[in-house]
Design a protein around this ligand. Structure first.
Ligand code: SER
Length: 578
């Protein structure tokens, strides 16, 4: 028997639908344009406007029917990766129609394609109705006509209704095909549009089908699991033999997902999709610490990912993938090595007390940037795997909430919970004297950002600022501890600006003009249409509400008192003025 490789199966699928009047459309990016979702999680996502009539498929594709193989990323199952069927990165085969055909053709095509592959359907499922939505009797009848011997199961909204992706969009009842007990093909009948408030409004029927490529390939090749296919075996075979099967799968999956994200220019950071990338890489780096032989293999594993998908995704011809991976690994190793040591010190007794364990794991994350799932991995590697993850996760969540509560309560206690004469998020003062002090510290904060940018370059941005009458506290992006000399240079720049007695002034501008002027602003922050831009000579230009001193000499002497990590990649400086 000829074993089908992944490239042949891809071609078979696309050819099948091309012959039946579908235009083959390339996969869209993993990062969708819809801001309410982090990643592309389904093939239909790039086609959302065609279902609603907001875009014209005939005009864009020359056909009302399209087919694609879409790269997808889902984080919902990230903790399950390592078993036989879960992945973060996967591909989805799909055929779609925006008014070209209906339920009958969609079901018949699927049945025919499965038959062409020589597979046998266990059973199918259809929507049995529920929550005010009528049962899909039409699909049931179509299946009965296609094959009267087929078992048809009926289920409710939880199992046989799909979508939308994001806040709103097309959705509808489904019919699903099961082979060897596994769901292989999900055929969605987009008959509704779900609004942001969750109400459903009927739309013209559209077809959206999705078939997990890894699962299908494993089924066609007759192997037990998705990792035994040519999409994974070449990566897994590269990994050190003494790693457990489960860990090899996690590493292969995470490296593949990271490679695809890096290929699209995503950079690891602490926000959104960038944070997911960071977590994926860091988990692999933790494994490198746990298995010395892995370190020399990860780069070849990344190259192997590129080789497997060569000719399919041109994005992978990106020479920066490996250097970006190494950069993030270095960053992590610099900040988190201590965290790994701390995780290795956790005792058997700690493990028996979920609250204590949660506190330790929380502390390791806060202080050394080692994410909880990495600590969990270290514990598993030490042979501890019967602790209750849920319990300690709850403790971590509670500690996080408490932490935020303490900072709020701290401010309230200090100021008696009321009577603040100034309370922006950033600055707080209870009386005139404190107001004068926080104003001086505030201008000093602008000078500090300007100084750090002089010392380290224009990549430095503010990531947080908190000013009390005692001190300023300033967070910014930087990958490692600052040396004494570097701190001294920054301090000197601020002090010379004070000595130069520069004028502090502001101009009111339209937000867009202010941003265009190159003034510093906080990405993601909501600003009004009209903003103030504060200037300190030519040294500093920032969008800011004030208040500030009018001459820098009013600040006094500026002294940095402390430098520390807030989390990986973010440093914090505390300073006072005298
Ligand atoms: N949108 C459906 C899914 O993701 C079918 O493509 O399963």
């Amino acid at each position: 028997m000829i074993i089908m490789d992944h490239k042949t199966l891809r071609k078979k699928f696309l050819d099948f639908f091309e012959k039946r009047g579908h235009k083959v459309v390339p996969s869209s990016s993993l990062i969708p344009t819809d801001p309410s979702v982090l990643f592309t999680t389904a093939g239909m996502q790039q086609f959302k406007p065609y279902y609603t009539g907001d875009a014209d498929a005939m005009k864009d594709f020359g056909s009302l029917n399209v087919a694609s193989i879409q790269r997808c990323l889902r984080t919902s199952d990230i903790d399950e990766v390592g078993d036989e069927s879960h992945l973060t990165f996967f591909e989805m085969l799909g055929n779609f129609s925006f008014g070209g055909y209906g339920k009958k053709e969609a079901i018949e095509y699927a049945y025919e394609f499965i038959k062409e592959l020589g597979l046998k359907i266990d059973y199918v499922s259809v929507f049995g109705g529920g929550e005010g939505i009528p049962a899909d009797e039409e699909s049931e009848k179509i299946w009965q006509a296609v094959n009267p011997l087929l078992e048809i199961k009926k289920t409710g909204r939880d199992d046989n209704f799909w979508g939308p992706t994001g806040d709103e969009g097309p959705c509808g009842p489904t019919t699903e095909i099961f082979i060897n007990g596994v769901e292989i093909w999900n055929i969605v009948f987009n008959q509704y549009f779900q609004e942001k408030d969750k109400t459903l409004r009927p739309i013209k029927l559209g077809i959206d089908t999705g078939m997990g490529f890894e699962r299908l390939l494993a089924t066609v090749r007759g192997v037990k699991n998705i990792f035994e296919t040519d999409l994974f075996l070449p990566i897994i075979e590269l990994l050190p033999g003494d790693l457990s099967e489960k860990n090899k799968r996690i590493i292969a999956d995470h490296l593949k997902a990271a490679t695809f994200l890096l290929a699209e220019g995503v950079k690891p950071s602490n926000k959104g999709s960038e944070y997911v990338l960071r977590r994926l890489i860091r988990k692999v780096v933790v494994f490198e610490h746990l298995n010395v032989n892995l370190f020399s293999k990860t780069e070849s594993a990344i190259s192997k990912v590129m080789e497997i998908y060569s000719g399919i995704y041109p994005e992978l011809n990106n020479t920066e993938i490996i250097s970006e991976f190494k950069g993030e690994r270095d960053k992590f190793n610099k900040t988190s090595i201590q965290g790994i040591k701390e995780a290795e010190k956790i005792t058997k007794e700690d493990l028996e007390d979920p609250i204590k364990l949660g506190n330790i794991v929380f502390h390791i994350h806060e202080s050394f940037g080692l994410p909880p799932d990495a600590t969990t991995e270290i514990l598993r590697n030490r042979g501890f795997d019967n602790f209750i993850v849920e319990d300690f996760k709850n403790t971590i969540a509670a500690r996080r909430a408490e932490h935020q509560e303490i900072s709020r309560a701290g401010a309230e206690k200090k100021f008696g919970g009321h009577g603040l004469i100034l309370d922006t998020d950033e600055l707080k003062a209870g009386n005139e004297e404190e107001l004068a002090k926080v104003t001086r510290l505030h201008t000093a904060t602008h000078l500090l950002l300007a100084a750090l940018r002089e010392v380290f370059g224009q990549e430095i941005e503010q990531r947080g600022s908190d000013i009390t009458p005692e001190r300023l506290r300033f967070d910014f992006n930087f990958p490692r501890k600052l040396s004494f000399e570097e701190l001294k240079r920054a301090e000197d720049i601020v002090d010379s600006a004070i000595a130069a007695d520069m004028t502090v002034s502001f101009e009111e501008m339209d937000l867009e003009d202010a941003k265009k002027s190159g003034a510093r602003f906080l990405p993601g922050e909501k600003y009004p249409e009209k903003v103030k831009v504060y200037f300190i000579g030519a040294l500093s230009k920032e969008l800011c509400g004030g208040p500030h001193v009018s001459k820098t000499s009013e600040i006094g002497t500026f002294i940095i008192t402390k430098e520390e990590a807030v989390s990986a990649g973010i440093r914090r400086i505390r300073a006072i003025v005298k």
